[in-house]
Design a protein around this ligand. Structure first.
Ligand SMILES: Cc1cc2nc3c(=O)[nH]c(=O)nc-3n(C[C@H](O)[C@H](O)[C@H](O)COP(=O)(O)OP(=O)(O)OC[C@H]3O[C@@H](n4cnc5c(N)ncnc54)[C@H](O)[C@@H]3O)c2cc1C
Length: 425
């Protein structure tokens, strides 16, 4: 019998645990899911939480109740150390857990500390976690009481631009709803070399379309932006040109600000010698397996992938739901093989297929493969994306309660986009 431990019950880990459980015999193998909190949080809803369009009840579900029904054990504890050489996890409760195979899906650690004054402990807000998004909403309510300038965007080193655009347009719509948009100058500040780069070198005409949208909504922007520090109500931004030369220094006042931080690996993972790159992301081979520890697999934001291209201000490549799901499917198939004494064969597909909400409209894009040049590049806008994203949230939460092992992103997103089936090969 083998004990498979999935570490992290987020977008990748929760769905992945269901998939792995269904693929392996319950009589022969045990599957345990470990997460630092009791609840699963649907991260893509956080930009809505940030303006009060969703609350905690709508975007979380208790993990234990649902996964136990499917024969998955659950431990609500933080893993503080991975003793990879001994196949052992040390928990913050003082307990230890032994594993035969470990699947790491711990997502990002948020590196706000790299920018003085950034983040909820400084002067900017975040929608990266539910608790951050709730604090963001409190700050947004203060903005409504006393309107002033808003800055949204992504700090240098960020790899997650979709939610920055989403929050920009969501805030814009929320301010229009409150009839105070005319009192709120808005600026989008980003490390991207151009609007619509998205950490992907652009997708189709994402540049033209998003620039046009920012213009149509009276939102200014600064690209190649490196924030040197944030003080209470003031952001200091260095703007660079394509040759990495400083061309302008901005001192921007703000009343409310939300910028996505750079990500790195969580400490318990980053500290395992030989497992990670210098940023603490898990190095994996084509089969999502660690070359250093062949009983450790990893999927999601916690894995190392190279940036699409060198940019004047550092940016990273996003890891989005569809590709995370495909990484978990690959891990599941590979575990089935290795438990039979065979070699892993299945590769995750590194394609990006996303639905981004823009308040009352939305943008959908497909990038296959994620890194250009591509076989498919597709970027479309419309109200239908806004509704499709709302429906996807409900669909995903329903599936997490039901304990489905089917690929949710593939099934739903492709259906919403009207693309029946996209094959990787
Ligand atoms: C605000 C936001 C919106 C996004 N929206 C979209 C979207 O609309 N579409 C899309 O495709 N992608 C989106 N993404 C990108 C990506 O899909 C998400 O970040 C996704 O949640 C990543 O999944 P994950 O499983 O890698 O990590 P997470 O979902 O972050 O899950 C990691 C889990 O591991 C737990 N954990 C971490 N360390 C430990 C430890 N030491 N011990 C125990 N538990 C631990 C965490 O608490 C968490 O529950 C978004 C990202 C953000 C930040």
């Amino acid at each position: 019998m083998a004990h498979i431990v999935v570490l992290g019950a987020g977008t990748g880990g929760m769905a992945g645990a269901y998939e792995i459980r269904e693929a392996l015999s319950k009589k022969e193998h045990q599957v345990t899911l470990i997460n630092e909190r009791e609840e699963f949080q649907f991260v893509p809803s956080n930009p809505w939480v940030g303006v009060g369009w969703r609350d905690e009840k709508e975007t979380t579900i208790p993990i234990k109740k649902y996964v136990n029904r499917k024969g998955i054990d659950f431990i609500a504890a933080r893993v503080d150390e991975i003793k990879a050489a001994d196949n052992k996890l040390l928990l913050n409760t003082g307990d230890t857990v032994d594993y035969d195979y470990l699947v790491i899906a711990t997502g990002p650690d948020l590196a706000f500390d790299q920018i003085p004054g950034a983040g909820p402990e400084g002067f900017t807000q975040s929608v990266c976690t539910l608790s951050h998004a709730k604090t963001c909403y409190e700050d947004f309510k203060a903005l409504i009481e006393e309107p002033g300038p808003v800055i949204v965007g992504a700090f240098q080193g960020s790899s997650c631009f979709g939610p920055a655009y989403e929050y920009t347009f969501i805030v814009e719509k929320a301010l229009r709803d409150k009839k105070i948009r005319d009192k709120v100058p808005m600026t989008y500040v980003t490390s991207e070399p151009y609007i619509g780069h998205l950490g992907l070198g652009g997708v189709g005409d994402s540049k033209g379309m998003l620039e046009s949208d920012l213009r149509n909504h009276s939102i200014k922007w600064i690209c190649n932006a490196c924030v040197s520090k944030v003080e209470d109500g003031t952001m200091y931004v260095d703007e660079f040109n394509g040759n990495k030369e400083l061309i302008k220094q901005h001192e921007l006042p703000f009343k409310h600000s939300m910028l996505i931080p750079p990500f790195r690996g969580v400490p318990a993972v980053a500290n395992v010698e030989g497992l990670c790159n210098p940023k603490g992301f898990v190095i994996v081979d084509d089969f999502q397996r660690s070359p250093a520890f062949n009983n450790i697999y990893a999927a999601g934001v916690c894995i190392a992938i190279p940036p699409v291209e060198d940019t004047p201000v550092p940016t990273g490549t996003p890891k989005t739901g569809y590709m995370i799901e495909s990484m978990m499917t690959a891990i599941t198939e590979n575990l089935v093989h290795v438990l039979k004494g065979e070699q892993p064969t299945k590769k995750g597909s590194w394609n990006a297929i996303c639905l981004a909400d823009m308040g009352d409209t939305g943008a959908a894009f497909v990038a296959i493969p994620q890194i250009p040049p591509r076989n498919v590049t597709w970027f479309k806008k419309g109200k239908w994306v806004h509704y499709a994203k709302i429906a996807f949230e409900k669909y995903f939460m329903r599936k997490m309660k039901k304990g489905t092992s089917e690929p949710i992103y593939e099934k739903y997103t492709l259906k919403a986009l009207g693309i029946e089936r996209l094959k990787d090969d």
